[in-house]
Write a protein that binds this ligand. Structure first.
Ligand code: NMN
Length: 278
């Protein structure tokens, strides 16, 4: 088993193989560690942080990521992605994760060409291999490099390294496309997406940092970690009112707590495998 120092060494060696790179930057802890180590290894002039914005992500996440990249001293470029124009994404099929990432990496590669970079890096870690991540296939097809995976780093090690690098203000809560809030095969519209983004923003405003509002037609099903459940219930009337105002007929709390990947439970192992392999 390798120590963290050995893994960091591997990461630094991997970065030293490049002279100029772009980094797909979300403002989360993983891509923040990649950006920081890349800046240390290659210098500001050779590193461009690319931050994607789209209708399927909260605007506040985009703004925070741009701000953080600037604070880290990186050159930054924002890109706007129209995921909803893609058929699979619009219909929220299990393959939609592949198609979203395909769009993302293709745009990242375009920026890499403009920046004359020799590689496009992302912040995928070892833990991502264990989740249902069809986007990893798009990454491989588009030739993006997950340097933290090359260094065999898991989340706990990335956290430790972030501490060591003095990185404190990354946006800690993992976020992903709000398409994960809808059952597969639900048609996504701008209205549905904006409503769920507003519902989650309202709950975050009440201090629920990790929260999902899963939408089943007229029912909003709120997932929070077990530790937040009592606080959520203590605010139930105000929350119900806020979410009903946004247009949900029924506002419910999930007694099984927050669990990332919850909507994947409806997919069989065979279905998942088919999507992952392509
Ligand atoms: O945390 P929630 O909202 O449940 O969303 C997580 C799920 O979203 C994951 O289990 C995964 O299925 C999906 N996802 C896929 C990718 C990818 O394919 N690269 C990226 C982010 C999220």
């Amino acid at each position: 088993m390798k120590t963290l120092a050995e893994k960091e060494n591997k990461l630094q060696n991997a970065l030293a193989d490049y002279d100029r790179i772009v980094v797909g930057f979300s403002g989360g802890i993983d891509s923040t560690v990649v950006l920081k180590e890349a800046l240390n290894a290659l210098g500001k002039q050779n590193v461009l942080a690319v931050v994607a914005n789209s209708e399927l992500f909260a605007d506040e996440e985009y703004k925070k990521a741009i701000k953080l990249a600037n604070e880290l001293g990186a050159q930054v470029q924002g890109i706007q992605l129209d995921y909803l124009a893609e058929e699979h994404v619009k219909n929220n099929t299990p393959e939609s994760w592949y198609y979203m990432k395909k769009i993302f990496y293709q745009e990242l590669n375009k920026v890499a060409v403009q920046f004359k970079a020799s590689a496009a890096l992302d912040g995928m870690i070892m833990d991502d291999n264990a989740d249902f991540r069809p986007g990893l296939r798009a990454r491989d097809e588009e030739g993006a490099v997950s340097v933290l995976q090359l260094a065999e780093m898991y989340k706990s090690e990335v956290r430790e390294l972030a501490q060591k690098l003095g990185l404190k203000n990354w946006n800690k809560v993992a976020s992903c496309s709000v398409s994960s809030r809808f059952p597969y095969y639900t048609e996504l519209t701008s209205e549905k997406v904006q409503r769920v983004l507003a519902a989650e923003a309202s709950l975050r405003g009440r201090g629920f940092a990790t929260v999902r509002v899963r939408v089943h037609d007229q029912i909003a099903r709120i997932e929070v970690p077990a530790a937040d459940l009592a606080t959520l219930i203590s605010q139930k009337d105000a929350i119900a009112q806020e979410l009903q105002k946004l247009g949900y007929e029924y506002v419910t709390v999930d007694l099984q707590n927050f669990e990332s990947g919850r909507m994947n439970k409806t997919l069989s192992a065979t279905e998942k495998k088919k999507v992952l392999v392509g």
